[in-house]
Design a protein around this ligand. Structure first.
Ligand SMILES: *Cc1c(COP(=O)(O)O)cnc(C)c1O
Length: 401
């Protein structure tokens, strides 16, 4: 089939809730995508950081195929041989006492919200139905009605009301605003350590430290959404580790499966996750043996291939290469690990289109930001090549202005 035919079929029969670049991927390997015409593209999005381990990683694939031959789904009505090992390995890697597995990142966020409310009522003693959760403006935590209830993105909410009460929104990066917003009914503060969808917004130095100490002082749970920032992306296993804090609850998804399968989880203490009793919460697919086998392999690859360390080193290299680009089109370039934003003075979409023509796939976020987040398996040579192409495309576009 021709590229135009795939595009036309998708438009005809599918809901139009995305605006993809018109490139039709047929296969992928490591950091490279191949389209239906055999043209190759460097993946600089990594499925919003779900493919930190690189596409079609052979070790994760082997785990998937092997487990698929034994048993894929038991439901949690019965036990399976993979889930206990997944729990134990998550604990060993992260230090958190317990986990609760889900599928999509959004479901893990929902799980965290439920855990926080339960803790608020049962441990903190908040009066029934009075619990408040504080979040930040420009957050991205998912798309369900409860989660868009506290989004500040007008389009995410438009015509989806009525919304869920019990949330307070404060500016991101402002610890004093958190202190001021907390009431005796506040059970939790939910925050992305670095705001990804908002354009890789890094808060002021010391922000998370202050937030952590305010939460401790006021007996409020600190919940960090590491769905995009976690698992090596920023050059630490979790982005909160740059600040040396320990949150009460961590939300994981995306790279937890290396892109093979939706796997998410909430990590926390026995005090908090221990509040869930049979029937309180669940998911047919959550914790299924196929997901657990895939996630175990994905975590193993992350550690064995030193992907976190690679992200730190190669991210610094990439940022340095890009920082030398001088163009009136570039407002700022920032990043942490292999998570880099090029903020432009104009719309980023035409540059993404131009980069596609030159063999690099990335996606604009919030109109004026190009987000670069390649798989963490990318090599220094590939980065050097990409940085040159990006320089050329930006310089050519600046001239065209
Ligand atoms: C992607 C993402 C989510 C939602 O995850 P899904 O798997 O798309 O449901 C939530 N929070 C953050 C920070 C994300 O990047």
């Amino acid at each position: 089939m021709l590229i135009e035919e795939y595009v036309a079929m998708e438009k005809e029969y599918g809901a139009n809730n995305y605006r993809p670049l018109d490139v039709v991927i047929e296969r992928a390997s490591g950091v490279w995508f191949y389209d239906t015409e055999g043209k190759r593209y460097l993946d600089c999005l990594a499925a919003y950081s779900a493919v930190n381990q690189g596409h079609c990683h052979p070790k994760i694939m082997a785990a998937l195929i092997e487990q698929a031959q034994y048993v894929t789904l038991t439901s949690r009505a019965f036990r399976n041989v993979q889930l206990p090992l997944f729990y134990k390995e998550l604990h060993d890697l992260t230090g958190f006492e317990m986990a609760l597995p889900m599928n999509s990142g959004t479901e893990a966020v929902e799980t965290a919200l439920k855990a926080a409310r339960k803790w608020g009522y049962q441990i903190k003693g908040i009066p029934e139905n009075q619990a408040e959760i504080i979040v930040c403006s420009n957050n991205f935590h998912g798309r369900t009605i409860s989660i868009v209830s506290f989004s500040t993105e007008e389009q995410y909410r438009h015509d989806f009301g009525p919304f869920l009460p019990g949330f307070k929104i404060i500016p991101f990066g402002d610890a004093e605003a958190l202190r001021a917003a907390i009431t005796p009914n506040t059970c939790a503060f939910l925050v992305e350590p670095i705001q990804g969808e908002a354009g890789i917004i890094i808060p002021p130095a010391g922000y998370l430290n202050e937030v952590a100490s305010i939460c401790r002082e006021k007996n409020v749970l600190l919940m960090v959404d590491e769905i995009q920032s976690g698992l090596g992306r920023t050059g630490k296993l979790f982005a909160y580790m740059h600040d040396g804090i320990t949150p009460d609850l961590v939300i994981l998804g995306k790279a937890l499966s290396g892109g093979y399968y939706p796997v998410s989880a909430v990590l926390s203490s026995k005090e908090i996750l221990g509040l869930f009793h049979p029937g309180d919460h669940g998911s047919t697919f959550g914790g299924n043996p196929l997901a657990c086998a895939v996630a175990r392999a994905a975590l193993c690859v992350l550690v064995e291939e030193n992907l976190t360390e690679r992200s730190a080193e190669l991210g610094a290299f990439f940022l340095e290469k890009l920082s030398s680009i001088k163009s009136p089109l570039v407002e700022s370039i920032r990043g942490r690990g292999l998570w880099i934003a090029i903020e432009l003075t104009a719309s980023a979409r035409p540059l993404c289109e131009a980069l596609k023509e030159r063999g690099i796939l990335c996606k604009e976020t919030h109109d004026k930001v190009i987000r670069l987040a390649p798989p963490l398996t990318i090599t220094q040579e590939e980065i050097a090549w990409a940085a040159e192409i990006i320089r050329e495309v930006i310089e050519e576009s600046s001239q065209a202005l």
